[in-house]
Structures are given as C-alpha cells and as structure tokens.
Design a protein around this ligand. Structure first.
Ligand code: ATP
Length: 913
C-alpha cells in the first residue's frame, strides 16, 4: 500500500463512542428547527373542513330532521370512511417522505476511539474530531486542528461568493474557525467540533436548510381542476333538484339527493390519491436505488426530455489505466490492467508517436526512452494525492483511494519500479496548488535532498503545453500538441507532465500562494489513460433514445476523447465525422463543442450539440439554461464540489450516492444509491407510471361521476322519477372512488412507457384527449344503465335497485377494462378491491339491514344477469375505447390508451430515434 503524501497523520483519537453517546443525550441532536409532526386531531380537522364534507354534514342534519335514518347512516358512513382514507393516505405519504429524507440525510466523517467513522451529521457532538475533504458540508461549528490548502465557501452564511482560505497557522482566530453549513471547496482538514444544533451557525441558516414543502405543481393543477369540477357539478345538481321539485318531489328528498350526487360526482379523493401515488412512486424508486429528495421530482422525472451526464465513472468505468507514455525520447506501452502495480514497460511496437528511439518490435524500451519515462512517472507520482490498496475484504483486485486519474499514474509508476513512499521521503512535499476543474492542472513543490526545490506539474495538455509554464521550443510544444491530439482521438484521457527547479526561495507562503511556482518547467511528456466505457452504458443510451430522451455528455475532458466515447456509446447522431469543434468551420450544426466555443457565442443552437467538452462548472449552468430556454426538461448528473449550481438549475439534479460529494448530494433532486446511470432511466419509468396512473384514475373517477349525473338528469325524462336515492349514490361512491380508485395508484408500469416520448411538462393533466374519453365513457355507461332500468321497469322488476347495481357494476367493469394487462399479478390490491366491491354491492340486496338502509329490493336471477351484463358492457367499453385510442395514435402511441405526447418535443426528440 502506498500512502498519500499529505497524511492526516498524528490526528487525535477523538471521543469514545460512549462519551459521544453521552454528549448526544446531554446536548441534543445536531439539528435545528425540525418542524413538529402534525397531530392526528389536526389532520382529522383539516379533512372535515373540506367543503364537500361540510355539505355532507349539512345533509346529515337535514336527514335527521326529516327522520330519514337510513340516509343519515349512509351519509355518516361516507364521512367517516372519506376522512379515514384521507388521513391514512396523508400519514402514509408523510412517512414515505420522512423515510426518504432519512436515507439521503447528510453524513459526516469523524474519528471516534481512534477509528474513522461515518455518522449522520445530526449525531455529531461537541468535541468530535471531524475529517473534512473537498465537497464536504461542515456539519457543525468547529475549530481547525490541521489543514492542507483548505478553502471554504461561506456564501450560505455571509453571501460572500469568493471561497475563504482557512489555515490554523495564520494566527487569526477567524482563519481557524469553521462554521456549520459552509462547504469545503478545496483541500482537507481535521477539526474539532465546538458547537452543534441551534448553538451553531446552523441556527442562523436553519430556514435555508429546511426542505421545501408544499403542493407539487401537479397537485396545484389538480386542485384547480377540482374547483372547476365542483362548480360545474353543483350547478348540475341544482338542475337535478329543480327537476325533482318540478315533478312534485319533496324539497327534503331532492335536497339530500342533490347533495349526495354532488359528493359522489366530484372525485374528492383526487388530491389524496395524487399524494399517495407520488409517495408510492418515490418508494418504488428508492427500491430501485433512486432516492428522490423532493416529492415533485417524481412527476417531473416522467417528463424529462434531456439527460445530461458527465463521462468519467458515469459513462465509463472510472477505472483508469495508463496505457501509453509519450516522451520526446520515445514512446512506451504499459501492460497490465486495473490498479494492480504489476505490468511491464514495452517499446511502442506500432511506432506511432515514437520519437528518436524508433523501436519497432515490442520489447524493452531503449535505455534513453526508459529513463525519460521514469522521469515522467516520478513527477506524476510526486504530484499525486491518490493511494493504492492491495486486495482486501474479500475483493480480488487492487483498489484506488482518491482520484482515479492519479491512482492510475501511481500504478504506472509502480510498474516502472518506482516506490512513491521512498520518493516522498527523499522529496517531501512542502507546497501544492491542487487540481481544480477550472485550471485543469496541479502543481506540487518538493524539497530536494540537495537542499534545492523541485516543482512537479501535471494537467490537461492545452493548459500545460504553452510558453507561460514551459521553457520549451515552439517546435517541441507543437509536436507535443500533435501527439496529444492523436492520443485523444483514440479515446485516451491525456495528461501532460512537466517538472523543474523552483525559481528562487520558497519563503513563507500561505495556502494558494504557489501559483507562480510552475514557471519555466521542462516538458517530460504525455501520459495516455484509457477508461473503457461501461458495458451497460450503451444499453442505457439506447433506452433513453427509445423513450424520447436525448442523451448529452458534458465533460471536462478533451473533445476528441469525449467524442470517441460518445460515438462508441451511440450518443452522436451522425456518427464520428469531422463535425466542427473549436476552430473548424462546420457545415452542419456541430455535435461536439468545447465550453470555450459555447462561452464565445460560437454555438448558435446548443440543443443540436450532443457532447460538450472541456467545460467548467459555470458553463454547465449555461448549458442547462440553454436547454431549458428551449422548453426541455433536463436531468443532469454531477458529483463535484462545483456542480451544485448546475444541479439546482436542472429540472432534476442527479448526484451519485457513493462517488459524489456531500454538497452535490444535498443539491440534487435525485441521488443514485448505486451510482449507475441506468437508475435514472428506471426513475423516469416510475415517474411515467405515476403520471399514467393518475390519468387512469381521472378517467375512471370522472367518467363514473359524469355518468351518475347524466342518469339523474336524463332519468326523469324517461319516467324514472328519482332514478337513485341519496344513500345509493353514496354507496357507489364509497366502493368506486374509495376502494378501487385508491388501488389504481399502484397499477404496474405500462409495457411501452419507455417506448414513447415524454409527456410535455406544460400539458394539462386532462389534455391530449382525456376529456373526450371521459365524456365518451360516461355517455356509454349512462346509456347502458338507463336501458337496463327501463327494461326492468317494463318487465315489472324493481328498476331502481337494478339501476343502482348496474351503475356500480359498470364502473367496476371499467376499472378492470382499463388495466393494461388484465391478469397481471402485480398490484393484487386492484382485483381484491374489485372483489370486495362486488361483495359489498351484492350485500345491498341480500343483507336485510342494508336493504332497509339503502331502500333496495331483492333482484331475481334475470335482473342480476342484466346487472352482470351491464358490468361486462362497462368492461368491454373501457377495453374497446382504450384500443380505439391506441389505434388512432398509431404505432408507438401508447398502452391502454394513456397517451403520451402527440409528437416529439422540439428539444427532446432525437432525430430518427
Ligand atoms: P468527466 O466528465 O469525465 O468526469 P471532468 O469534467 O471531471 O470529466 P476533469 O476531472 O475536470 O474532468 O478533468 C479535465 C482534464 O483535466 C482531464 O482531461 C485531464 O487532462 C486533467 N486532469 C484530470 N484530473 C487531473 C489531476 N488529478 N491532475 C492534473 N490534471 C488532471
């Protein structure tokens, strides 16, 4: 094992576990202002304040006055069940959200009893020893014990955008103080916690940390719809009331009937069903490794049109291997894979890129080449913070700690027989300018045994190969550029390495004061690292395209490297051809552009671009904004310390649960527990399922409600004076909206949910023809039910009971008819709910008590057969209607008639996908 050079050595042992537990009990959790849970009383009261329930309470009073005890009982039952279901769904949804929040809650690294541990930030106590690294959120107020080039972003507290250098040696108390809620943007530190919870700076920014709550956009839109529906329904019910009065019915009877009808026709359980569907969706996503941090993200995921991903570790394995090293004195190939420090250096048999050595057959490199390569690998290993671990914990392979690029360079150095620990003993590091994605290179300064100082530098060729850093002839720089371009085009990640003596004395320099150290260096050469694309990435890209989602790569790597990977995975539409990158004049819109070209305004339409290379974090934000301005719904992955703003800007910010930094995780809407891109696609599928099920519920609930109103309106004209009694209407409502409707929320995902384009995010939830379908189904059900009632009347059977059961049967038939796969074993709740509803329907004509309450009469076999036939008609109508819609949409439309978009959204659709 090789140790990193700047060790968290000689760190304190920290508190013991027992002491930490004692302090936690004494001082409380490191949290502020947790909103108290809603008490049950308040939840019930909120349900009872619903206008529809208030109306029903009025109806209870009315029926008590008129002595109509049967109706009183049924209405009271409806109130109890509705309130119970509403409260239960709210509690379930809250629990699901709480569980998700806990899963993605921030964690902190502490030392306890001498061992490093990860604990929930809420369990950090005063006196704990904290270990902080780039991208960590400082969990509590703390005092620095040691630090290495530490810089902290305090903008959450102070609004100051420029990161603040922190160094315990600076002498000022402020430079050694860390505040809760700030972010480490560079370097590492060991610190001891001074204050937690409300005593810490966290108290000051508590409001910022509290998760945003409130109704989701879909819920708001549905609430609006509910109000419109309520108004229309009330108007129609008034009409029913007037019709009844005109026919000589008593005011009390008609008032109760109209009220019941209003309650039954409005899908009042809709908000509860939506909340529950979202919460269940979030839970299913969690089971598939996608942790949603905000409930609205569940529905937004369904309409994602662009998936912007980084490259290393997301599209590629993230396991780098140095395969070639070019030096001005010749090129070598390195054998051996993974991080295992075993392999050989061979002369580059291809001759490509070989310099004066001119080796042909693979064999040991010429001594001059070998020496030059060793010099390069020495500098690369010194300018390095990674570590390699031999196989442990049952693993078979060596693993890397730290940046995979640096780990690969360490493994290559080991293959050349270089021992980094020994090198560091001889050349201790005295200063560094860490790598960051803006500068794209890293510098370290070492003391030489002779007393002088050595500067080592490595980084992206474009930033290193220039006269301001290197003291080289233009000819040699030009040649190195050519070599770097050739290697990048083969898909390698290329790093240029240089070294040289420090100009002048180091003197006393604070953190970040070594920038000028890297001047006048000599170029040692280029290291070419391979990072194979993930096997599953190609399939994920194909799945995205099939679902109308455009995959886009945003990387800090070289355009040629990025293009090679993107072409291999099928991300480029036009295949690998000379589309314009920086500097070239494209004949068609470029598919690969650099961040600089974008910033310079050279890209007319970023939505034609599939690969953005050499980007910096600010450009990521610009790219997301450009897509969004074109109406795209973007999901974007990120894990770096600077990715927060882009993740927040995207409609769905996606962070990696394992590899990502804490700050990225906390900025994201979706955290991938397994770091796999395909998990985003799984989450999109779940999002589409939730949306489909909500629309399915609307179709079912509103068609049934409309049919009830139509029956009540048309019935009297056909001589059915009061078609249904109040209790009967409410009984239907209970069994349809309450029982079966809620079960619909868990219906399985449609077989082709991912073979159709996403629904446009701005479209109304009843849009794309759902309105028409509701009315069509309602008309059909009304006609069949009225026909059954008329037949019963003509043949002297109890027509009202027949009509009541027919309406119930028709709606239960519709529920089953709307299932995409009728006999699927997924969601057994639905068939169970239908069976229960059938039994409770049958009970109304067999159980004397219910007969009395609901005023039903026993039905003979032929009347029951007629009711069953109406149920079958409802089923057939729903099935036929779905097919009809499906057929009308053509292939690639949708399943069981749950329409997606009419066409590809302008920004989202990959041409020819
Ligand atoms: P990706 O999208 O592949 O994750 P990225 O945006 O993270 O890429 P960076 O890590 O910023 O890309 O790397 C950009 C370039 O900087 C690389 O192509 C490489 O040349 C150089 N580079 C990367 N890591 C280091 C390092 N540790 N030291 C010096 N240079 C580096």
């Amino acid at each position: 094992m090789q140790d990193p050079p700047a060790p968290p050595a000689a760190r304190p042992d920290g508190l013991t576990e027992e002491e930490a537990a004692r302090r936690l009990a004494e001082r409380g959790r490191n949290e502020v202002g947790q909103p108290p849970g809603t008490p049950l009383r308040a939840r019930v009261a909120a349900q009872l304040r619903d206008p529809l329930i208030l109306v029903l309470l009025g109806a209870v009073a009315l029926t008590l006055l008129t002595g109509d005890h049967g109706d009183t009982a049924v209405i009271a039952l409806v109130i109890v069940v509705n309130t119970g279901v509403g409260v239960a769904q709210e509690v379930r949804a809250d629990n699901a959200i709480a569980a998700l929040t806990a899963m993605s809650a921030p964690v902190a690294r502490v030392v306890r009893g001498g061992a490093e541990r990860e604990v929930p930030s809420a369990e950090v106590v005063p006196g704990d020893v904290l270990l902080l690294g780039e991208g960590d959120i400082v969990p509590a107020d703390a005092r620095l014990l040691r630090s290495w080039v530490l810089a902290v972003d305090e903008s959450a507290l102070t609004g100051e955008a420029v990161p603040v250098d922190k160094d315990v040696r600076a002498g000022e108390p402020e430079a050694g103080a860390l505040r809760a809620g700030t972010v480490v943007v560079r370097g590492r530190a060991v610190a001891t916690v001074t204050a937690t919870g409300a005593d810490s700076a966290l108290g000051r920014i508590a409001a910022l940390l509290r998760p945003r709550r409130g109704p989701t956009p879909l819920q708001r839109r549905l609430a609006g719809l509910g109000r419109v529906l309520a108004a229309v329904t009330v108007a129609l019910c008034l009409l029913v009331l007037l019709l009844g009065l005109a026919r000589g019915q008593s005011l009390e009877t008609m008032a109760v009937t109209a009220i019941s009808l209003a309650v039954a026709a409005v899908p009042e359980s809709l908000p509860a069903v939506v909340t529950l569907a979202l919460a269940l969706g979030a839970r299913r996503m969690a089971a598939r490794n996608a942790l949603v941090r905000r409930l609205p993200a569940v529905e937004t995921l369904g309409s994602v049109t662009v998936l912007a991903t980084d490259k290393t570790g997301t599209l590629t394995e993230g396991r780098m291997v140095v395969e070639r090293v070019w030096t001005p004195r010749g090129t070598v190939r390195l054998t051996g894979g993974g991080y295992e420090p075993a392999g050989e250096l061979l002369s580059d048999g291809s001759g490509s890129g070989s310099g004066s050595g001119g080796e042909r057959a693979p064999g040991p490199p010429a001594p001059a080449t070998a020496q030059a390569v060793r010099a390069l690998l020495t500098a690369a290993a010194l300018c390095n913070d990674a570590a390699l671990h031999p196989p442990h914990d049952g693993e078979e392979r060596w693993s890397a700690l730290g940046d995979p690029t640096e780990a690969a360079l360490l493994a290559a150095a080991a293959k050349a027989g270089l021992d980094r620990a020994e090198m560091l003993r001889e050349h201790p590091r005295i200063g560094e300018v860490p790598f960051d994605s803006l500068r794209k290179h890293m510098t370290t300064v070492h003391r030489e045994p002779s007393g002088g100082h050595l500067v080592c530098l490595k980084g992206a060729p474009e930033t290193v190969l220039n006269g301001s850093l290197l003291d080289e002839t233009p000819l040699r720089l030009e040649r190195a550029h050519r070599e770097a371009a050739a290697l990048s085009a083969e898909g390698y990640r290329v790093l240029a390495v240089a070294s040289g003596p420090l100009d002048g004395e180091p003197g006393r320099r604070g953190p970040g004061r070594w920038e000028e150290a890297g001047r006048g260096l000599r170029l040692l050469g280029l290291a070419a690292l391979s990072d194979p694309p993930k096997e599953a990435a190609g399939a994920t890209v194909a799945a995205c395209r099939g679902a109308g989602i455009t995959p886009v790569v945003i990387t800090g790597d070289h355009p040629a490297t990025a293009r090679a990977v993107a072409a291999r995975l099928g991300i480029l539409d036009r295949g690998p051809g000379p589309t314009g990158t920086d500097g070239t004049a494209p004949t068609e819109p470029p598919e690969v552009v650099t961040g600089r070209a974008l910033a310079a305004g050279q890209v007319a339409d970023p939505s034609t671009v599939r690969v953005f290379a050499r980007t910096d974090p600010q450009q990521k934000v610009d790219i997301v904004q450009a897509w969004r301005a074109r109406g795209a719904v973007t999901a974007m992955t990120g894990d770096g310390v600077n990715d927060g703003p882009a993740l927040r800007q995207a409609d769905i910010g996606v962070a990696m649960g394992r590899r990502g930094t804490e700050v990225a995780r906390q900025a994201a809407d979706l955290v991938l527990a397994d770091d796999e891109l395909r998990t985003v696609v799984a989450a999109v599928e779940e999002g589409r399922r939730v949306y489909d099920n909500i629309r399915r519920f609307l179709l079912y609930g509103m068609a049934g409600g409309a049919a009830e109103i139509l029956v009540m309106l048309i019935g009297p004209f056909l001589g059915l004076t009061v078609p249904l009694r109040a209790g009967q209407i409410l009984w239907i409502n209970l069994l349809t909206h309450g029982l079966t409707g809620v079960a619909m929320g868990a219906e399985p995902v449609s077989a082709n949910a991912m073979r159709r384009p996403p629904h446009p995010s701005g479209r109304h939830v009843l849009g794309d023809g759902l309105w028409v379908r509701i009315l069509r189904l309602a008309a059909l059900v009304t006609a069949v039910c009225l026909a059954a009632a008329l037949w019963a009347r003509e043949t002297g059977r109890p027509w009202q009971t027949a009509l009541f059961l027919a309406l119930l049967a028709a709606q239960l038939g519709i529920v089953l008819g709307l299932r995409e796969r009728l006999l699927t074993r997924e969601n057994p709740f639905l068939p169970a709910a239908v069976l229960a509803a059938v039994a409770l329907g049958a009970a109304t004509v067999t159980v004397p008590f219910l007969e009395e309450v609901l005023r039903t009469e026993p039905l003979g076999p032929s009347a029951l057969a007629a009711v069953a036939a109406v149920g079958a008609a409802g089923f057939a109508a729903a099935r036929f209607e779905s097919r009809f819609t499906h057929g009308a949409k053509g292939a690639g439309g949708e399943a069981a008639g749950f329409p997606g978009a009419g066409g590809l959204p302008a920004a989202g659709g990959p041409p020819g996908a």
